[in-house]
Design a protein around this ligand. Sequence first.
Ligand code: URA
Length: 412
Amino acid sequence: MHVPTLIARKRDGAELEAGEIRELVEGFTQGEVPDYQMAAFAMAVYFRRMTLAETTALTMAMMETGDCFEYPADRPAVVDKHSTGGIGDKVSLVLAPLVACAGCWVPMVSGRGLGITGGTLDKLESIPNFRTDLEIAEAQKQVAELGVVMMGQTDRFCPADRKIYALRDVTGTVPSIPLITASIMSKKLAESLDRLVLDVKFGTGAFMRNRTDAETLASAMIAVGQEMGVEVHAILNPMSEPTGQAVGNALEVCEALECLEGSGPLDLRGSVLELAERIAGVSIERLESYLDDGSARSKFDEMVEAQGGNPADLGRLAEIHRAPVIREVLAEVTGKVTDVDAGLIGQAALQLGAGRARATDGVDFAVGFDRFVKSSETIHAGEPVCRIHARTETDFEMAEAMIEQAVKISPH
Ligand code: URA
């Protein structure tokens, strides 16, 4: 393979062979193809895009640079859900144990937050001693025993994606539909799934800013899944306001626990049930019963215990991660809430320290927002719009100013 020729062919719009794509991905992962050539290739893909055959070849090549999950032949359905990322999106924390209650196996490999969108791993790590760094063999054993594991990528899980994503992040090549598709699907397909549901978000708080782009991404991911023999469903969801009423790591775990106990915000419960129904193989009513009768909460507790945490800490999480400044922001007028801008709220949470600007940064588990008003609610002057959890008074004031911009009230 002559890499400069391959890059030039993609630059000129040619369709590459599966074997060529595989050699390039393997060469890059093994350090034989340098960063500058892979960066040029990614930029060529960004402008010229890829056919379905090329995207599938890229996905398979990336997946096969690492280990895949393996299960016994007589296993139940192996399923998972992936979200393209949102603000306050704690759906996975509820959905994974819930779907395990329906008898499925859920080997959920998740990521950390980057930019304004939060990450499931950061939220889980707010539970003291909860381990997300499981090896695949350990994860497979836990799935067989409990039906659910929630973990991060290991060094041996899709190493090509880790390297390519890091390069895309610094070369302006993240927002490319074939590259996003291959990145997400290589990781999900390495879980050796039977069924996958995708929660594709669009709007100010999402990666895809409009519905058309979200549809294109969803179609590409469904097509690649089908080519690889996996049943893939996609649900498009606007991310115009945060999911639920809490944004921030420990604060979101507390809200997810409420949902796991059959209460909590209705939009969160609705999203969980809609997505879970596509993969669980049981009715919505059955899934609701697992939330309402405590089964889903017990499954979550079992998972926390299996992964090193203490379920007794869950009820104390708000105390364990208590921010020094916790105060309400009050509405100045009476009226209907017309906008709760997820993008601005995600930005404010990031600036409070709940997220990370660079992949190597740490996160503050305690900070963020809770008790947020929802769009179309009526609010009276002097009533709380939300509560801010901040590290310092200065941080509180910064977040308060951003919330005043993010929440629009149309006076009566
Ligand atoms: N999430 C991923 O895992 N990869 C992308 O390329 C974009 C979002």
